[in-house]
Write a protein that binds this ligand. Structure first.
Ligand code: GN1
Ligand code: MG
Length: 372
């Protein structure tokens, strides 16, 4: 294993010597490794990308605080059960949770949950429902944590106005070739400017309560047991103040997509209504979350908005010559943007049906609450 990784691991206050470091490549921003020790221990070692997160201390502080808050609600579990369902951060030998290596790299270490797995794509409705339950539960568990006590580590992370401003800038500085290649998508983005900002208008009018949100609720950030029970939410890098729509919409973006986020064959991008129904059942029906009327309003629409905003960010990054998301090939960001825009379009065509599903499940679960 690489000498630097070994030294970084040894800076943390855990037992055992590191013997294997396996890269985990599902993220697009940070570097993550699974470390195995000679004593059979397993850990997740993560380097925070400081170009994206300029204040890594604040990122780690947010993560540690949110994890501890959730774990306080799990004290009824046995230690072994807790170990399987909770993220636990380890301190460095000098006391904090962040280690800076010799070249300024910022690292944190947490437990690796054994016999677990993640999905890049939803395999069946049970997984969609479980993912919904885990995401709803995350929001419920953090609803009594003051969102203002968390740092805003990426200001305007889900702000459509900001993402459009960044797109406009990239458009004026982008190369002719990339602008030509992305011509159709650019036209589409320009045409949707006002419609895609309507959720943000409601947020800025203060009509939707602020709560702690995860902000990256894609399917691969839900950890499953080998029996497909959702164990917990992982990747707490972007926990910040937000609104429920961010987490609901971003979850639907990946959970209900029949294709991959970077699907090259656009015909494979599809919206699975059955998975949507299962997801909503898990989120609203199984998690125990109770949403305010203003939080219920526009939930289905948030799926279109969050899918579109991710596509817009990928398109912007393509015009900027790929400076933000990791890419595996020349047109990777363009391919991603195309597939996300297509999915947003498909969601737009189904909004009526999706709203009816949300209302039906909401009515059913409030009837159960009243009876129970
Ligand atoms: C990035 O790196 P990862 O996979 O955790 C991005 C998210 C996007 C996601 C798209 C900090 O998340 O906002 O939705 O890619 N994270 C950041 O897959 O920008
Ligand atoms: Mg993330």
């Amino acid at each position: 294993m690489e000498e630097n990784i070994k030294r970084v691991f040894e800076a943390f206050s855990v037992e055992g010597a590191p013997v294997h470091a396996d890269p985990i490549k599902t993220g697009h921003i940070n570097q993550t490794f699974r470390i195995r020790t000679d004593e059979g221990g397993s850990y997740i070692l993560q380097q925070i990308n400081t170009d994206v997160f300029p204040d890594p201390e604040a990122v780690i502080d947010n993560k540690v605080r949110v994890a501890a808050h959730i774990n306080e609600k799990r004290t009824h579990l046995s230690p072994a059960d807790l170990e399987r369902r909770a993220l636990r951060f380890f301190r460095t030998r000098s006391g904090g949770y962040l280690h800076r290596d010799d070249s300024g790299g910022c690292w944190n270490l947490l437990n690796y949950i054994q016999d677990s797995r993640v999905y890049l794509r939803t395999p069946n409705a049970t997984v969609a429902r479980e993912a919904g339950r885990a995401i709803g539960r995350f929001l419920k568990d953090t609803e009594d944590l003051d969102p203002a006590s968390l740092s805003v580590t990426i200001p305007g992370f889900h702000s459509m106005a900001l993402r459009y401003a960044q797109f406009d800038k990239a458009l004026s500085s982008g190369s002719d070739e990339r602008r030509r290649e992305a011509g159709d998508l650019i036209e589409r983005a320009l045409g949707l400017r006002s419609e895609m900002q309507s959720l943000e208008r409601r947020i800025s009018e203060g009509r939707i309560p602020t709560r702690v949100t995860h902000n990256d609720t894609k399917i691969s950030n839900v950890l499953f047991s080998e029996e497909d029970e959702a164990l917990c939410m992982i990747d707490l890098d972007t926990v910040m103040p937000g609104v429920v729509h961010f987490d609901f919409g971003d979850a639907v973006r990946t959970i209900c997509n029949k294709g991959d986020e970077d699907e090259r064959d656009i015909a494979n991008v599809g919206f699975d209504t059955g998975y949507f129904e299962a997801f909503v059942q898990g989120f609203l029906g199984d998690s125990g979350i109770v949403l305010a009327p203003s939080e219920m309003e526009g939930l289905a629409f948030s799926s279109q908005v969050m899918t579109f905003i991710v596509g817009l960010r990928m398109l912007t990054d393509y015009l900027n010559n790929d400076i933000y998301f990791d890419t595996a090939y020349e047109t990777h960001n363009l391919v991603r943007a195309k597939s996300q825009f297509r999915l947003a379009e498909l969601i737009g065509e189904r909004l009526g049906e999706m709203e009816a599903i949300v209302s039906r499940i909401r009515r059913r679960s409030s009837a159960t609450e009243t009876r129970g």
